[in-house]
Design a protein around this ligand. Structure first.
Ligand SMILES: Cc1cc2nc3c(=O)[nH]c(=O)nc-3n(C[C@H](O)[C@H](O)[C@H](O)COP(=O)(O)OP(=O)(O)OC[C@H]3O[C@@H](n4cnc5c(N)ncnc54)[C@H](O)[C@@H]3O)c2cc1C
Length: 618
């Protein structure tokens, strides 16, 4: 395909985590895609920690997978450590986390992209959008070359007017070693789209050969591997450990003595940084009562000596960083390969988009990832997937995919972005969901595979696995309602290890409700089919043990869905509504909620305001 003359269906701008999901989804659905990115050798680069998953984020990865996205598959194929976090806690907060081989991750993703003939990869900086009659008709790059298309997905990460800070030195760059994207923000502004500034930062990278690991605590992976993807045949790979060290009084002293060289503390950086990933100087100032902070040493891959110093993000000068680092046990002789830095960049506050992630101002213009004000690979990939699916839906005249808060973390994330006026980098947390017991990493397939299959992204093999699993769960739920455990001496001897004995035949489901009884116990009691897979056992156990809580959350979903039935006309003139304060009217007019449920989640909108709106809509 000749890029100079050709027309594309969709242009995806930026081959980061959001862009890769968007481009692959559009191409799999049949669209001709131009996939433009600043540096073709940086596809799916992890510019911060080489890790995927963790609390709430693992649920997003599983949801992406259930919808037919690729992040889970790529992580499973390239991990160098896998670990289930919070494994002793409840299922709502259990989380899978992978340490990734950074280079292998990029290569694997690039192979998926290059093996799809619907995608034309191109190294180019898109510097403007072309809009006619309020609709996208193309894009233009830094050389003035125009590309025609019917929809654009912008996933530009930290590149828009990016500026890097190391100490009091700053220069234009989107990421270390990569130019900033210039022109696009201004082009968006000309079409009525507001951009604002945010900031993020990353720690230094160190040569592993200069670290004394004997002074640190080893952090191995799990012995039994759990995977992210619901697809079949996930590989079992060699694992390597991470290590734990700590900051101390001397580290803190050096940092405090150099705050006058911090661009953050000197007011050179205006954008707000991620609250949940603060820089080390922020931690020391904000939590001054804490004498020490955890620092994790994470390998960047099997084929490199580069390691990532997790928890040590900084924007202090490079020489100060070395001094700080060398105070940490095991890092006394550390050789720094790359300095820590902060980056300030433009983002597009997502209240300017709908739940489909399409701009309210320009038809056919979609946004996904860090450009929407989020932080994190998983958050980016999740939005990229939805933006990609909806760009395809838009050009095909199909209904938009808008996931509800009760369906997924993905729906919750997007609803938060488009409803709340986000002014700091948004990260997914389990506490952001009011339905977190329903939205677990273990049941993402149950919640979303049907949707992914209907859209056309989930293939038959994955769909059959899902159907078989659901059938097995249903069968087992039926079986344990009837299967009885007799009060024999052998059975009571087994039960005595975990719980009280029984003096009559007890149904397996009833026994499973007891706190210390698990499927392992049922197997010991020879009251579980030998061939039942671990994930089916896990589901049945959760459904039985948490039955009451799950029902309560389902009731909450039902209550909230009542408000969703009150659709608010897009062109409603809020200024004419009586009995609502001017401030509330302004907020409603700014966000233009699609229904009463969304209106009720806008900060400052009171139950009384919702009642007024309800009467009016009735
Ligand atoms: C310094 C730094 C620190 C970070 N710290 C954290 C952290 O602490 N915690 C955390 O969770 N996340 C952190 N991240 C964020 C994480 O890297 C991102 O959230 C994630 O990569 C965003 O994915 P994305 O797809 O939106 O953008 P990116 O992965 O940044 O990808 C954007 C892509 O778009 C391309 N691009 C941009 N503009 C154009 C254009 N005009 N034309 C063509 N191509 C373009 C870029 O080249 C890039 O390939 C950090 C990122 C950086 C750079």
């Amino acid at each position: 395909m000749n890029y100079l003359n050709n027309e594309y269906d969709i242009i995806v701008v930026g081959a980061g985590h959001a862009g890769c999901e968007a481009a692959i989804a559009c191409a799999k659905l049949g669209a001709k895609v131009l996939f433009a990115t600043l540096n073709i050798d940086n596809i799916a680069l992890m510019p911060c920690n080489p890790a995927v998953g963790g609390p709430a984020k693992s649920t997003l990865v599983r949801e992406i997978d259930a919808l037919g996205g690729v992040m889970g598959e790529v992580t499973d194929a390239t991990y160098i450590q896998m670990k289930v976090l919070n494994s002793s806690k409840g299922p709502a907060v259990r989380a899978l986390r992978a340490q990734s081989d950074k280079k292998e991750y990029m290569t694997y993703m690039r192979n998926i992209i290059e093996s799809n003939s619907n995608i034309n990869l191109r190294q180019a900086c898109i510097s403007g959008i072309i809009v006619e009659n309020g609709r996208i008709t193309g894009a233009v790059d830094e050389f003035g070359i125009e590309y025609k298309c019917r929809a654009i997905v912008l996933t530009t990460g930290t590149s828009l007017n990016g500026r890097i800070f190391v100490g009091l030195k700053d220069y234009p760059a989107g990421r270390l070693g990569e130019a900033p994207a210039l022109g696009l923000s201004e082009s968006l502004n000309r079409h009525g789209i507001i951009t604002k500034k945010l900031k993020t930062g990353t720690p230094p990278r160190v040569d592993s050969r200069t670290i004394d690991y004997s002074k640190m605590i080893i952090q191995p992976g799990d012995e039994v591997i759990t995977h992210f993807s619901f697809k079949p045949n996930r590989p079992i790979r060699k694992q390597v450990p991470c290590y734990l060290t700590r900051t101390n009084e001397l580290t803190h002293e050096i940092i405090k003595a150099n705050l006058d060289k911090s661009p953050m503390y000197q007011g050179l950086i205006k954008g707000v940084g991620p609250r949940y990933c603060p820089s080390i100087e922020d931690k020391i100032v904000r939590f001054s009562e804490n004498p020490s902070h955890h620092i994790f040493i994470e390998p960047e891959g099997l084929g490199t000596y580069e390691v990532y110093i997790q928890g040590f993000s900084s924007s202090l000068p490079a020489d100060v960083q070395v001094k700080m680092l060398r105070t940490l046990p095991g890092l006394e002789n550390a050789h720094v390969i790359k300095p820590a830095y902060a980056v300030e960049y433009d983002y597009v506050p997502a209240i300017q988009t709908t739940h489909s992630l399409m701009s309210k101002n320009v038809q056919g213009l979609f946004f996904g990832g860090q450009i929407n004000g989020t932080s994190g690979y998983e958050e980016a990939a999740a939005q990229g997937l939805i933006a990609g699916i909806n760009a395809f839906n838009y050009i095909s005249g199909r209904e938009m995919l808008e996931l509800s808060r009760s369906s997924s973390y993905l729906g919750t994330l997007i609803d938060d972005l488009v409803t709340k006026d986000i002014d700091e980098p948004y990260r997914m947390l389990t506490s952001r969901s009011e339905y977190r017991l329903l939205l677990r990493q273990d049941n993402a397939d149950e919640r979303l595979t049907e949707i992914g299959y209907r859209i056309g992204l989930v293939d038959d093999a994955q769909y059959r696995i899902y159907q078989n699993k659901q059938q097995a769960i249903a069968n087992e739920m039926e079986r344990i309602k009837e299967a009885k455990i007799s009060p024999s001496d052998e059975n009571n001897a087994i039960l005595a290890k975990y719980s009280e004995s029984i003096d009559r035949g007890v149904k397996a489901a009833e026994l499973l409700k007891r706190p210390n009884i698990t499927y392992k116990t049922l197997k010991e009691l020879e009251c579980a089919p030998a061939d039942l897979s671990d994930d089916v056992c896990e589901q049945v156990e959760i459904l039985v043990k948490y039955d009451g809580y799950l029902k309560r959350q389902e009731f909450q979903v039902e209550q909230s869905s009542k408000l969703e039935k009150y659709i608010i006309p897009e062109n409603l003139d809020y200024s004419k509504i009586e009995h609502i304060s001017t401030e509330t009217k302004q907020k409603l007019a700014k966000i233009r909620p699609k229904d009463l449920a969304q209106a009720s989640r806008i900060g400052g909108v009171k139950p009384a305001d919702i009642s007024v709106l309800m009467v009016m809509l009735k």
